[in-house]
Design a protein around this ligand. Sequence first.
Ligand code: ADP
Ligand code: MG
Length: 652
Amino acid sequence: SSRSEPKESSDSEPLPIYHHKSKLVRAVKDSTFLVVTGETGCGKTTQLPQYLHEAGFSKRGKIGVTQPRRVAAITVAQRVAQEMRYTLGKEVGYQVRFDDCTSEDTQVKYMTDGCLLREVLADPGLSQYSVVILDEVHERSLNTVVVMSATMETEKLSAFLGNCPVFVIPGRTFPVKCSFGSAVGPKETESTGYVKEVVKVALDVHTSEMSGDILVFLTGQNEIERACDMLYEKAETIDYRFDVHDQTVEGLLILPLYGSMPTDQQRQIFQPPPRGIRKCVVATNIAATSLTINGIKYIIDSGFVKQLNHNSRVGLDILEVVPISKSEAQQRAGRAGRTSAGKCFRIYNTEFWEKCMPEYTVPEIQRTSLTAVVLTLKCLGVHDVIRFPYLDSPEERFILEALKQLYQFDAIDRRGKVTKLGELMVEFPLHPGLTRAVLKAASYGCADLMLPVAAMLSVENIFIRPGHPEKQKEADQRHRALASKSGGMNDFATLLSIFQLCRSSEKPSAWCKENWIHWRALKSAFSVETQLREILNRLQQRSDFPVESFNGNKNELFRRCLCAGYFTNVARRSIGKSFCTMDGHGSMVHIHPSSALFENEKDLDWVMFHDVLVTSKVYVRTVCPIRYGWVKDLLPKLHEVDVYELSNVARE
Ligand code: ADP
Ligand code: MG
């Protein structure tokens, strides 16, 4: 059936892409590679796949569209299914890590680029697809190295793809007036400062600016929920007869938008607010390019973003809140000028702009651990991972570090060849260390202990931290009680026990509420665990799946399996309360107060940890005590390998 009526943007004009429909379809038909560029919101993500579907591409295979973030993949698929009047999961579907909403009928499939990469591993020719659209390539998230491209540097991209044609969708934008604040300067480190400031500015805008919706940029779920709470509280005290400048504005609708939000709540974000009501969306960076919300006239920019960075001081990837780049700030501001002139309120001062904000955002591949990427490339048959033609070449030392880590985890051998274990590891969408622990446990027949832990560590925010001092006390007490149920000396075991207690409880959501645990996070953990179990079951059918035996107690076995994956994260008691890591960096670390071991650290000699938090000190979180004997044979692996040997092999 023909569904060619133009889709409209908020001012009921057709979207800019509509006028180029036939030329665009022609261009896709005529070239093997095509770069398409156009303003955010012009209709690339939601319309182009529909045009190709209408033009008959789905007859020869699926139309695949990748997104760097899972929320974007889900939200956009929902929207497109609705526009095409299909049921989501049938003709139009999505697949993201741990959530597959597609069927045999699926013709238009939105997915994260990680999912596409997994499909490439299984079927390098992607034979099920008639066309693959790599969207949002300026993000250049890690997984995109193999095939990706960019929107902003079209020349570089086109050259990368053998000088392929570039299709430009002309668009028009309206001026956005930007102003700087005074409260946030180069010394800002604590989120409490800028969250408060953002709330204050949002209320100022609400009371003194003419009608039009507000979009606030913060960095993550906790901050966003905190800001929304403050906004609710303050908005209630507004007297619309006297305090609000524009008398057509009679209320404020506050809507959070972040990654792990339930999708029905997300839908509200896109709906126009009721008459007289001003909408205020408080979002992560997802609203900068991936999702476009109509009607936004005012931007409030905190100046910060949450970013995964490789910290060479501690030798690990760390999720950090960092200042955004100037180009990112411009992109954020632009969100206010889509349909009419707008305003952008930057809460930081010009000194912050000059001193703290880099010109451009460094692509993720150049700032995070490459371990998973290098393993994937090797499994795809790319032996020379150093001279591989990356779109943005990572620094060689990061590639070497990845090779070293893969060697340490036994995923590759001394000659740089993928081992049997490496072939199993690449199947798991987890950090290689965690995968190693899961596989170790599976070989001992105790995957039941490790899968829930892996799942719990893969979802965000299990523990509710209310912030309010009285409530915080109550939450802390509950969390301590949960920790002591599992012996009180092993944070990994606490995660396992929370998982089990909640799942066996009659009313799991009530159980969570009572124990100050995020029910939604646990629900995701349940689903992640099921999916990891499915992957494992599939792998265990291979005749060469490793089997080992052990005659100690379960508690020790559990921790020994963890050691197999986390021996890179081992620390030994140093002076006073500090520990010293054993990975060659010899960093001084402290046990984080959220750990059950924090209060009992006196008797600890050796510990192993899941991750690191850097504030004024370097903290380790999710910790458990271990014995030196368990890692004695593993630790030399951290030093024995000569990375230059590996790198020479890589170049052969
Ligand atoms: P681009 O990919 O070029 O940035 P999109 O295809 O994402 O543009 O968006 C095109 C238009 O569709 C925008 O006006 C946007 O607001 C609208 N839109 C996208 N998703 C939704 C949704 N879930 N609900 C309502 N409108 C949407
Ligand atoms: Mg898009």
